[in-house]
Every structure is written in C-alpha cells, then in structure tokens.
Ligand binder design. Structure first.
Ligand code: SAM
Ligand code: SF4
Ligand code: SF4
Length: 346
C-alpha cells in the first residue's frame, strides 16, 4: 500500500514521519567504550519486552502514518531469538517499503542467509577497527574475525545494500580512516564514518575526542585528491561523497553538523517506549496502552498527536551547550536505562 501524503502527519517543524528504529533488545555481546563502558547495567524486565506480534502491530500503525523505512537495532539485534521470524512479519506489513538492520556483525555470518530469505533488505555492520587487538581493548570482544566474516557473508547473501559504520574517535582509531575506506572498497560495500556523539551511554565523551567531518574529509583528500559531494535523500543522516576513482562513502556528522531540521526518525525501545528524538529525556509508553486493549485507531491517534506536537532538535541544541561534556552521568542512566543508546537503539 502506498501511504497517501494526506495521512502523513508533520511535526511542529513540518517534518513528516518517515522512519522507525526498532530496538529489539537492550542486550549486547560487545562493550564498545563509546556506548557501554560500565561494568554493570540495569536491563529491561523480560516481561516488558514486546512480542513479535506486538512489534508487528505497532510497526503497521507507524507505517500507516508514513514510517515506511524500518531499521532493526538494539543492543545487538541478532541476540533476539528467532529474529528471521520477526523480519518475516515486518516484511509483510503494509506500507513497510524498506527493512534494514544495524548489527555489530558477530553473529552475522551464521544468520545472513536466513535474514535475507526472511525479507531483510539492507544491512549495516558496525566496524571501527581492522585491528583485532584494538577491538579487544576498546569493545571487550575478541570476535573480530567473526565480524569480518559477517561482512563477507552479508555481501554473499545478496542484500540490496551492505554498509559499514565506523565511529572515529581521537586517540583510538583516527589513524584508520584510510585503511577502513580501503577495506570497504575491497569488500564492495559503502563505508560511513560517524562522529562520536554525546548520547546516553557515552559517559566518557569529551569534545576533544570527536574527529569532525571536516577532519575526516581532509584526511581522505590528502591521499585520494578532491572529494566531491553526492546528492542524498533529504532526511538521510549521512552526507555522501565521491572520490575521483568513483568510490563513494558517507559521513554522519551528528556532532558538528547535526541534521535535525530534516529528521523524520523516531525510536521504539524493546519494551515499547517511543522516543521522538535520540536525545529526548522521556518517551511515551505505548506498551501499556497496547496491553490495556487499545484499538488500532486509538493507538494511531495517540501516535499522530504526539508526532504533531514534536519539536525536538536534540543534537542541534547540544551545539549551544557551554563546556559540552557527556549528556548523562551513570547514575542518571541507572535511574532510567532507556536513556542508554544501547536501549534506545542507535
Ligand atoms: N549493536 C549494533 C551495532 O553496534 O551496530 C546496533 C546498535 S548500536 C547502538 C548502533 C550504532 O550506534 C552503531 O553503529 C554504533 O557504532 C553507534 N554508536 C553507539 N554509540 C555511539 C556514540 N557514542 N557515538 C556515535 N555512534 C555511536
Ligand atoms: Fe557496541 Fe552496538 Fe553493543 Fe553499543 S549496542 S556496545 S555500539 S555493539
Ligand atoms: Fe533527529 Fe533528535 Fe537526532 Fe536531531 S538529535 S537528528 S531531532 S533524533
């Protein structure tokens, strides 16, 4: 079904609803220092986690309001049991026209074919380093070879697109901008550099560790020559660039050049809390409304009204914070784990 533009609500900044990120679990099998640096976490109670049927029902309502692009994330989404079953249900939802997954890749090699067969269209693998020892140190995982195997398996599985996301952090991997680009090119996938963001969970964030889009482009241009801009979809988070040999890559400059004015995204946590912005303090509890027996029309009205009232521009507002440091300290995150990036979904 194509959603008529008349039905698509716009928010107070005239932004239509266009995409939904579904965090299917808050659990993760890595501990990236920019996302999960602590020794212990408070997890969402098991009974609060939405079933596949509940997730599919809410997704259908969002898709009916224009959110036809759906990305599964987490935590690590491949830790959710029977994920291909969920993919199959979501792929069958009227109005879902793009189904994607962001994963750390550890379990991807063994699952890629089943995910593709179930109807998953696109995959993004997070890979910040080509050096296994760096991943062990920085993400507390020695499964580097599995991540690389995951990238290859995703390419072989024939997805519509496979991308690699790399967060570049000064003092960690800023010397890997060019090697990562060369790796992605050799694998035949597009790389997207991500600026280090001061999101919930990044309790050790400092401005000095952010490697900006300008620095990344300068490092690439120094070796590859002029970099030209490629036109991208207005609401896409990445700006895309092309090298003279035709290689394309993206940069997600959420920290130094945020793109809130075009943001069409919202996020649903695994326990059914809906966030209108990555930086929002609080979300809307759709789970309780759903489990109390609300009709589709009632839920749709609730979602439509909340979107119409949306004026969030979290990353842009952060630009104006004097002496900007981490968004939250660990106590605030423990008080509400939905403020964590790994719960809210990146
Ligand atoms: N676990 C999966 C993964 O790592 O791909 C999916 C969830 S993860 C939260 C989604 C994305 O958020 C990853 O690409 C990760 O690198 C990114 N991310 C997490 N914390 C970040 C931060 N502080 N700054 C920038 N990107 C971050
Ligand atoms: Fe790393 Fe993703 Fe896990 Fe966060 S959720 S610790 S980014 S693998
Ligand atoms: Fe969208 Fe909020 Fe991110 Fe801005 S900070 S791009 S409004 S999710």
């Amino acid at each position: 079904m194509t959603v008529s533009t008349r039905m698509i609500p716009t928010d107070r900044l005239r932004r239509p609803m266009g995409s939904l990120r579904l965090s299917v679990t808050d659990r993760c099998n890595m501990r990236c220092r920019y996302c999960m640096p602590e020794e212990e976490y408070r997890w969402l109670p098991r009974s609060s986690i939405l079933s596949f049927e509940e997730l599919a029902r809410l997704t259908a309502l969002f898709a009916g309001l224009g959110a036809g692009k759906v990305r599964l994330t987490g935590g690590e989404p491949l830790l959710r049991h029977d994920l291909p079953d969920l993919i199959g249900k979501l792929a069958a939802v009227d109005g879902v026209r793009d189904l994607a997954l962001t994963t750390n890749g550890i379990l991807l090699a063994e699952r890629a074919a089943a995910l593709r067969a179930a109807g998953l269209g696109r995959v993004t693998v997070s890979l910040d380093t080509l050096r296994p020892e760096r991943m062990t140190e920085f993400a507390r995982s020695d499964r580097h070879a599995d991540v690389l195997a995951g990238v290859s398996a995703a390419v072989s599985a024939g997805f519509d697109s496979v991308k690699i996301n790399a967060v570049i952090i000064r003092g960690y991997n800023e010397d890997e901008v060019l090697p990562l680009l060369a790796f992605a090119r050799a694998e035949g996938v597009e790389l997207r550099f991500i600026e280090y963001m001061d999101v919930g969970g990044a309790t050790r964030w400092t401005h000095g560790q952010v490697v900006s889009q300008a620095e990344i482009l300068a490092a690439v241009a120094e070796v590859h020559g002029p970099v030209t801009t490629v036109a991208a979809r207005a609401a896409a988070p990445a700006e895309r660039f092309r090298l003279s040999d035709g290689t394309t890559f993206g940069v997600i400059a959420s920290t130094t050049a945020p793109f809130c004015r075009d943001c069409d995204r919202s996020r649903l946590t695994a326990d059914g809390t809906w966030y209108l912005c990555l930086y929002a303090t609080d979300g809307i509890n759709l789970r309780d409304v759903l489990r109390a027996g609300a009709s589709d029309a009632e839920l749709t009205d609730l979602i439509r009204a909340a979107w119409a009232a949306r004026a969030d521009r979290g990353a842009e507002e952060r630009l104006a914070v004097p002496g900007r440091g981490a968004l939250y300290q660990v106590e605030t995150l423990r008080a509400d784990p939905r403020r964590e990036m790994h719960t809210r979904g990146g």
